[in-house]
Design a protein around this ligand. Structure first.
Ligand code: NAI
Ligand code: OAA
Length: 329
């Protein structure tokens, strides 16, 4: 049986960077056949149809079928995996939260369509910003789908954090592990290196030798660089991250389905872990076991880390309030 994957915003930039890698087996593996549903709005249909023609020309052996539609009922019908990418991206000078109102109207109806039409094992990865709150909106609208099936992408933030550490320590990125992102996919996020390792040794010790004042480096260099990397890309490229975002989307979804051998980061629904209010879609350190994200519990957060997590969670609470005020939740 093939896996049916729905990609919203498939005619957009990230969509174009995702489709061919999924068809090549990068997400679900070299033995899993895929059926793709490209869901767009009328203005995006031409680009999605063009991508579908190119998918055909790729002659991907794993690709069983491609359908392009602007009807969410058709787009999510029987979907096992949904990548919710379609949204309005931010431009220079905007914060992701500025997109709340523009995107709130998209994720409610899509969540409802997922509840009504997707397969019972549906797994949803929300990429479109503000990703955490969009995931919350979609989950709330999806009747009979457990909220745990709705996740927000923070893997790109983790990848950015690991890459910055690798560059600073002059080691291959693969030697850096356990760098969870806590909180919101926004400038308030907390990339946490307190448990991070480089080739199995504490990153903090390696950093002490390299940068001296680790705390100062974290606050003035590392955290701002990671948390504002999206804005840096927008400034340098003129538009937001595309291929790196698609790569992280593939890694997140692959790990969710196929499992992890260590921690990673994902925005998942809180049940009160680490004091995060129930129901908020928050990034935590997670493992994927048997197709389910499990929050890594029992980690120590010192006072400084606790304040960082609390600040990002407070922003998520504010976003939830703002959406409630729009009458969406
Ligand atoms: N979570 C993360 O780490 C990241 C998230 N993003 C976000 O991903 C989103 C997409 O970015 P791009 O692909 O660069 O934007 P884009 O503007 O190139 O593509 C968005 C596509 O979505 C479509 N669309 C809009 N409303 C839709 C709807 N209701 N249903 C289906 N399709 C719809 C548009 O027609 C367009 O083709 C943005 O919200 C961006 O901020 C981008 C990078 C990283
Ligand atoms: O910054 C943006 O708007 C796009 C994004 O989420 C990122 O690159 O992390």
């Amino acid at each position: 049986m093939a896996t049916t994957i729905t990609i919203t915003g498939a005619g957009g930039q990230i969509g174009y960077a995702l489709l061919f890698r999924i068809a090549a087996g990068d997400m679900l593996g070299p033995d899993e056949k895929v059926r793709l549903r490209l869901l767009e709005i009328p203005q995006g249909m031409g680009a999605a149809e063009g991508a579908a023609l190119e998918l055909q020309d790729g002659a991907f052996e794993l690709l069983e079928h491609v359908e392009v539609t602007d009807d969410p009922a058709v787009g999510f019908d029987g979907a096992n995996v949904a990548l919710l990418v379609g949204a309005r991206p931010r431009g220079p000078g905007m914060e992701r939260g500025d997109l709340l109102a523009a995107n709130a109207g998209i994720f409610g109806p899509q969540g409802a369509a997922i509840g009504a039409h997707a397969a019972s094992d549906i797994r949803v990865t929300v990429v479109g910003n503000p990703a955490n709150t969009n995931a919350l909106i979609a989950a709330s609208a999806a009747e009979d789908v457990p909220a745990e099936r709705f996740t927000a992408l923070t893997r790109l933030d983790e990848n950015r954090a690991r890459a910055q550490l690798a560059q600073t320590l002059e080691v291959p990125v693969g030697s850096i592990r356990r760098v969870p992102i806590w909180g919101n996919h926004s400038a308030t996020q907390f990339p946490d290196i307190s448990h991070a390792t480089v080739d199995g040794h504490p990153v903090i010790e390696a950093l002490r030798e390299r940068v001296g004042d680790v705390q100062g480096w974290l606050e003035q260099t590392f955290i701002p660089r990671v948390a504002k990397r999206g804005a840096e890309i927008i400034q340098v490229r003129g538009s937001s991250s595309v291929a790196s975002a698609a790569n992280a989307t593939i890694e997140h979804t692959r790990d969710w389905v196929r499992g992890t051998d260590d921690w990673t980061s994902a925005g998942v629904v809180s049940h009160g872990e680490y004091g995060v209010p129930e129901g908020l879609v928050t990034s935590f350190p997670v493992r994927a076991v048997d197709g389910t994200w499990q929050i890594v519990e029992g980690l120590e957060l010192d006072e400084w880390a606790r304040a960082r997590v609390d600040a990002s969670v407070a922003e998520l609470v504010d976003e939830r309030e703002a959406v409630r005020a729009l009458g969406v939740l």
